[in-house]
Design a binder for this molecule. Structure first.
Ligand code: GRF
Length: 186
């Protein structure tokens, strides 16, 4: 049986959880967050999914999370709004089995510090006529792993960064669960 986890703060984790709720082969087995008060943890509890809150020290100085993943038979990791760089031991353990979603068409508007509204503000400022989402495997560098999937949407002159963010979220919600399912079904 395949399992996967989502580590994030919100709406993508929710969509993914809903998408796989009645799937016989793929379960969201654990939700991980680095914030004890993240709303995603309430969503997890409401769906009966175990949660794990991590701290920086343990995450970077120990490999304890691997033992916990093992306990839950995790074999696929989904990052959805997780902003910490993934340490080498974790990248190696889940090579080709850990994906992230980035709210732009990488390699544009990626890298350290390029997250959330900052991405959409930069897209707007540059006068881009399109933007989109990138789902990619995770390696030791921010936003640099192999690209699995991209989808784009237009940026109209009247669009604000907030409008762009909404359109991007729609794209993520439409595609991310399905792309994960496809990867896990191969
Ligand atoms: C998404 O836009 C994703 O691209 C980025 O973080 C955001 C998370 O949004 N990596 P949400 O918490 O799932 O709503």
């Amino acid at each position: 049986m395949k399992h996967h986890i989502a580590t994030g703060t919100g709406s993508n984790a929710k969509k993914i959880t809903e998408h796989f709720k009645h799937n016989q082969n793929i379960n969201v087995s654990l939700i991980v967050s680095n914030k004890a008060d993240a709303p995603v943890l309430d969503m997890a509890r409401a769906n009966g999914i175990p949660v794990l809150v991590i701290n920086r020290q343990d995450f970077y100085q120990t490999e304890d999370i691997l033992k916990i993943f093992n306990k839950y038979s995790i074999d696929f990791v989904v990052l959805a709004g997780f902003l910490w760089l993934v340490p080498t031991y974790l990248v190696r353990a889940f090579e080709g089995r850990m994906v992230n979603v980035h709210p732009a068409l990488l390699p544009k508007y990626g890298g350290k510090g390029m997250y959330g509204m900052r991405v959409h503000e930069a897209v707007k400022k540059a006068g881009e006529t399109e933007t989109g989402i990138t789902i990619h495997f995770v390696n030791e560098h921010y936003d640099e792993g192999d690209v699995v999937f991209q989808a784009s949407c237009p940026v109209r002159p009247e669009d604000t960064p907030e409008n762009i963010a909404q359109n991007i979220h729609k794209l993520e919600h439409r595609h991310f669960p399905e792309v994960i399912e496809r990867l896990l079904s191969n």
